[in-house]
Design a binder for this molecule. Structure first.
Ligand code: ZN
Length: 252
């Protein structure tokens, strides 16, 4: 662990330096003889004169004495918020679950309530969103290239199983791997489709449900550009193939 870490501050272009051993927070404040100078974050409030200057080798040297308590609580809060901001870039986990995960990771009283950090988490997630793909091929390529998109919500199983094509029509295949055993056991399977939540450029979002022990479980979803017999056939063929691959069996 590095003793000193530099972060972007809340204000535009402001830089904050955190001393994780001494538990002090410093604000960047101009240059002295070509070197960046940081002054204690309590300068304005307490007139604290302590400062830090890095030397040519990047080693930080502190000068002066603080006239107040260490900044521990603020550092905890900083670290907590930073972690909550990084997490949504690599997972699909919902913002509230990210917050709960952070609470477990940083024990002690919550450094801030969820309401205060919710917008930050959403913003971090939006920032990593790519542009909207223009074709099924491009969409498939994008989902394939980002684990966050092709894995299930918990990041345990693969959820996306490629693009299938029949003539000029395409479908993207999503399969709930955990539900495949239910499909194998099912006495009947039925299909349903929705048009309302279908993204532009696609005709329908079709789903396959397996009925077992009196309950219906959604097993697969196909995002289809049309509803032709040929396209349904390739979708179901892919589902069968993945089912065999994952469970070693196929449905009755
Ligand atoms: Zn100080």
């Amino acid at each position: 662990m590095d003793r000193y870490i530099e972060l972007t501050g809340a204000r535009r272009k402001s830089i904050v330096l955190i001393d994780r051993v001494g538990q002090w927070i410093w604000h960047r404040n101009g240059f002295v003889a070509g070197n960046t100078r940081y002054r204690c974050s309590s300068y304005t409030e307490r007139r604290c004169r302590a400062s830090v200057v890095p030397d040519l080798h990047g080693i930080y040297h502190a000068h002066g004495h603080h006239n107040h308590e260490i900044h521990q609580a603020v550092i905890c809060r900083h670290t907590f918020i930073e972690w909550c901001r990084e997490r949504p870039r690599t997972t699909n986990i919902r913002p509230h679950a990210i917050y709960l995960e952070a609470l477990r990771r940083f024990p002690g009283p919550p450094p801030c309530p969820f309401q205060e950090i919710r917008a930050t988490i959403y913003r971090a997630r939006r920032e990593t969103n790519p542009r909207i793909p223009v074709s099924p091929e491009e969409l498939a390529e994008l989902i394939e290239s980002v684990p966050r998109y092709n894995m299930d919500l918990n990041g345990e199983h693969r959820f996306f199983f490629g693009l299938v094509t029949a003539g000029n029509e395409h479908a993207l295949i999503f399969i709930n791997v955990g539900a495949l055993p239910a499909l194998v056991e099912a006495w009947s399977a039925h299909m349903d489709a929705t048009f309302h939540s279908t993204p532009r450029g696609y005709y329908q979002l079709a789903s396959v449900h397996g009925k077992t022990h009196g309950i219906s479980i959604q097993v697969a979803t196909f995002l289809m550009t049309a509803k032709t017999q040929a396209l349904y056939e390739v979708c179901l063929a892919r589902l069968k193939e993945i089912c065999l691959q994952q469970t070693g069996r196929i449905s009755k």
